[in-house]
Design a protein around this ligand. Sequence first.
Ligand code: NDP
Ligand code: GDR
Length: 357
Amino acid sequence: MADKIALITGVTGQDGGYLAELLLAKGYVVHGLKRRSSSFNTARVDHLYQDPHERNVRFHMHYGDMTDSTNLIRLVQETQPSEIYNLAAQSHVQVSFETPEYTANADGMGALRLLEAIRILGLEKTARYYQASTSELYGKVVETPQSETTPFYPRSPYAAAKLYAYWITVNYREAYGLHASNGILFNHEGPTRGETFVTRKITRAVAAIKLGLQNVLYVGNIDAKRDWGHARDYVEGMWRILQQETPDDYVLATGETHSVREFIELAFAEVGRTIEWRGKGVDETGVDAASGDVLVAIDPRYFRPTEVELLLGDPTKAHQKLGWHHKVSFRQLVTEMVRSDLAIVGTEASSRSHGLD
Ligand code: NDP
Ligand code: GDR
């Protein structure tokens, strides 16, 4: 049987790295789209790199951008993928308030460009398409837990752009018979999570504070609640969605929700610090119960113009139809991320002290 060929946009991102690893382990040939950058941006896939001069290379990277239709059409034509995972996006909710037009272009129009590439090349019957949809679509709380039938109410330019991508995926499925599916994924994290998302920001700060390199962690809304899982579990769900005979839309979530405050407490507990909360509102601080030192403070700069207060997913459909279940618990996730950052931050500090940077 011929090798399965996958094309992953956003291969250099957190999920792209885990998904490329999974598909290569399953015997796929994997093509990834990466952006040109003035500095290295492939750290998450460097361990998968294969010298293109060798034989039987199964992992290939191509320059590209979701804002360039000509590039996407050529890439799909050259790679002839049987599965396309559209993971590329300006994925930071707060940054989308600063760059709303770019976010709409890359996250919303980008999905349309890729779907059109499939259609223009006449690959509707051979290529399956996965759209990285998001729990941010639920936005303002209408009901919990949130399932495939919960109405959407986006609360950011990011979520509004992803709403377009969601519906254009459904439309291309219905209009052209394309095997196109949405994974409505709740927050998923891990040691390679981008450093400005709240979980990684916390675990890096906890490590730096433990190693005496930082004093205080500044955060925004600590009462926001999220349904946090591990990215490795979630890319398995993406793959399962594309293995179904019939395309459909699925929620992937753990079914548990925790506040940013709880995440902070657990992360500090990993390094033996107990946090006590004092004060109220923007003056609230998290102090070390033993020494009274302020370890956490609120900086209103991190508040969002409109916030998503509570996300809690109902993954029943994915359990029943995909046989998908998350494996890593909230506590295990926090432990893994703190331990990884203790090692990373420690190494960074020691390179600096040896004059290596
Ligand atoms: P990351 O931000 O880690 O990765 C995003 C990827 O998209 C990177 O490879 C980035 O490239 C690339 N990218 C950004 N803009 C463009 C562009 N214009 N053209 C081409 N590539 C681009 O996100 P995640 O891995 O966490 O998420 C993957 C997808 O899933 C995203 O679409 C995200 O919105 C969505 N999602 C994520 C969830 C999560 O909790 N992680 C939950 C639900 C949905 P570069 O490395 O150069 O920046
Ligand atoms: P989110 O993730 O917006 O849910 O989007 P993020 O980690 O950025 O925020 C989660 C919650 O934490 C609050 N928060 C802070 N957030 C950041 N980044 N920095 C802070 O200092 C801080 N303090 C408090 C936020 O207000 C928010 O309520 C992620 C992205 O991966 C999206 O691409 C994806 O679609 C969704 O998850 C599901």
